[in-house]
Write a protein that binds this ligand. Sequence first.
Ligand SMILES: *[C@@H]1O[C@H](CO)[C@@H](O)[C@H](O)[C@H]1NC(C)=O
Ligand SMILES: *[C@@H]1O[C@H](CO)[C@@H](O)[C@H](O)[C@H]1NC(C)=O
Ligand SMILES: *[C@@H]1O[C@H](CO)[C@@H](O)[C@H](O)[C@H]1NC(C)=O
Ligand SMILES: *[C@@H]1O[C@H](CO)[C@@H](O)[C@H](O)[C@H]1NC(C)=O
Ligand SMILES: *[C@@H]1O[C@H](CO)[C@@H](O)[C@H](O)[C@H]1NC(C)=O
Ligand SMILES: *[C@@H]1O[C@H](CO)[C@@H](O)[C@H](O)[C@H]1NC(C)=O
Ligand SMILES: *[C@@H]1O[C@H](CO)[C@@H](O)[C@H](O)[C@H]1NC(C)=O
Ligand SMILES: *[C@@H]1O[C@H](CO)[C@@H](O)[C@H](O)[C@H]1NC(C)=O
Ligand SMILES: *[C@@H]1O[C@H](CO)[C@@H](O)[C@H](O)[C@H]1NC(C)=O
Ligand SMILES: *[C@@H]1O[C@H](CO)[C@@H](O)[C@H](O)[C@H]1NC(C)=O
Ligand SMILES: *[C@@H]1O[C@H](CO)[C@@H](O)[C@H](O)[C@H]1NC(C)=O
Length: 486
Amino acid sequence: MICVILLQVFGVVSVAEEVILKSSSLLPINAKDLNSVVNICQEDFYPCTCETYSWDLIPSLYVHCNEVPSFESVQAAFRRTTASQVKEFVLTIPSFEENKTIPANLLSGKAAQEITLICPNTETQLTVDPKAFNFSEDYTNFIKFSTCDLNQLDYTFLTNFNVLKEISYFNSNNFSQWYGLPSLPSLMKISVDSSSDFKDFKNLAVSKLPALSEYSIRLCPHFELLPNTTATKKLRIESCPLFKEWDIVGRQSRLTSLSLISLNNQTIENALDSIVSSSVVNTLAELILTYNGLTQVPSQIQLFSQLQNVTLSDNNISTAGNRSLAFSTPKLQRLYLNRNGLSHFESEAFQGDFSVCQVLLGSNNLTKLESSVFKSVLEQMDATDIGSFTVDKNPFECDCDLAWIFRDNLHLRDQIKDGKCTNGSYFAELGPKNFAYCNEETNTSTTVTSSTIQSTTIPSTDTASRPFQLLDPVLFLIILFISISV
Ligand SMILES: *[C@@H]1O[C@H](CO)[C@@H](O)[C@H](O)[C@H]1NC(C)=O
Ligand SMILES: *[C@@H]1O[C@H](CO)[C@@H](O)[C@H](O)[C@H]1NC(C)=O
Ligand SMILES: *[C@@H]1O[C@H](CO)[C@@H](O)[C@H](O)[C@H]1NC(C)=O
Ligand SMILES: *[C@@H]1O[C@H](CO)[C@@H](O)[C@H](O)[C@H]1NC(C)=O
Ligand SMILES: *[C@@H]1O[C@H](CO)[C@@H](O)[C@H](O)[C@H]1NC(C)=O
Ligand SMILES: *[C@@H]1O[C@H](CO)[C@@H](O)[C@H](O)[C@H]1NC(C)=O
Ligand SMILES: *[C@@H]1O[C@H](CO)[C@@H](O)[C@H](O)[C@H]1NC(C)=O
Ligand SMILES: *[C@@H]1O[C@H](CO)[C@@H](O)[C@H](O)[C@H]1NC(C)=O
Ligand SMILES: *[C@@H]1O[C@H](CO)[C@@H](O)[C@H](O)[C@H]1NC(C)=O
Ligand SMILES: *[C@@H]1O[C@H](CO)[C@@H](O)[C@H](O)[C@H]1NC(C)=O
Ligand SMILES: *[C@@H]1O[C@H](CO)[C@@H](O)[C@H](O)[C@H]1NC(C)=O
């Protein structure tokens, strides 16, 4: 108990110091207001708890009412305290009040920016008085329902919630009646997570939701249908095996971000086939296809013309075939291939402009980096110093196969991040000295052949290493022999 109090005191001290720093640096924040906010968490919100976090630029209150005996006890806490606004209000409905309506003016004239309502169990019929949050109208931007049956819910209490941006449902049933849903001019996003009876958005009055353009639906085994609109900009579907409406996705002519996660290889094939024949092929900037058991890079990816981010992490892509990473997009920014069991790139796997691309290859099965695959890409990246490969957690054998980097092209090493050899050495600490023992003659022949295949530019560093080639090993032995005998 004493520890908790001490921690709170220190927390407040550091926030107070921040306040002093801020007001002295003439930020347009009223120091008096801030001080009152800082003091407020010292107010007694019992039976609720109050926290402030130092990472908030403006100290904000997080009030959690998780073990309260009644709605009245919550109202009493807010009546007593003086902060007019809290950043977050979380209410776990007490089992004592199960199935009772959340009363008018629950926050006793105060407002909450983010509201989370948690029912004691998924059988609880949540009902909310039309005036339950009537002082939060122009303040709340997020509301979440968790573990409730919303069959009886009348959404009238959201009337005039003009800045509400997101509604989120977690582990809840029967919410898709949307009975009484008012016009919500700022509502951008609907998220649904782990809601087993959720099927579709048929009853959602999208005409009252002019800004709605983002959906995130995960772990909904019965989800089938998106709303019949073409306004979607961001869509995430995760573990919803019945969703098959790829032609509707293709009609979203403003779609910029699509995440298809934990579906399966065949579903992804069908989805991409349908989507690349729609206008989305020219709008999509971000494509995320994790946990789909893909065994190769889907060839349709090459057709998207505006892609910036491509995430293929957490699949089973053990080989990247020739031209599999060929993008028609002007400048790819992120290509994520981590955790795939990747062990091989064919020599022409990469095609196109990777100069500003962060390529993540971490947690794979790579034992080497062939110059025929990586040299020309690394040279593109080196030219901008923006692009890079991140190669952590791969079993690299740091033998003479890697001499082309550390001995012959050390400047490319900086474009390879977090590399580590199986013998324990980090790439960052290896240089020409470590590979001087490798035989130039036999080993440059492979480098030369492969670099002529993959690159039209003749790297200047090859010329730099040429003088050494003149030193024939036999000649070297003769010289050595002579100098020893002298
Ligand atoms: C709340 O309603 C559900 C469903 O009608 C019912 O099963 C449950 O017993 C009710 N709980 C209480 C405390 O009345
Ligand atoms: C909110 O509801 C309470 C209780 O019905 C009422 O007294 C108050 O005037 C209402 N305030 C606003 C701003 O609507
Ligand atoms: C949905 O509501 C109906 C009617 O109240 C109820 O019979 C049904 O059990 C609810 N569904 C779920 C999954 O709780
Ligand atoms: C979707 O909307 C379009 C035009 O608004 C209409 O022609 C079409 O029949 C609708 N589809 C469904 C399945 O409701
Ligand atoms: C690409 O990913 C980065 C990092 O996650 C993100 O900040 C950026 O908005 C993404 N770009 C697009 C077009 O989604
Ligand atoms: C999907 O799986 C099949 C059979 O395992 C395989 O032939 C095909 O290449 C896979 N497709 C992708 C995109 O991984
Ligand atoms: C993909 O890899 C995971 C983990 O390595 C494995 O459990 C799974 O069976 C693989 N799936 C396929 C389709 O190869
Ligand atoms: C990939 O391209 C290289 C170089 O052109 C070629 O040698 C190799 O056979 C190709 N691999 C496949 C599987 O076609
Ligand atoms: C990585 O390679 C090793 C040895 O070839 C193999 O035993 C292992 O299964 C591979 N791991 C993955 C994830 O493919
Ligand atoms: C690992 O291998 C490199 C290259 O062969 C060598 O220079 C280095 O000393 C080795 N590191 C350790 C810890 O043995
Ligand atoms: C040259 O490279 C090969 C692998 O390509 C390697 O096995 C060999 O040890 C290298 N030659 C010398 C003399 O180190």
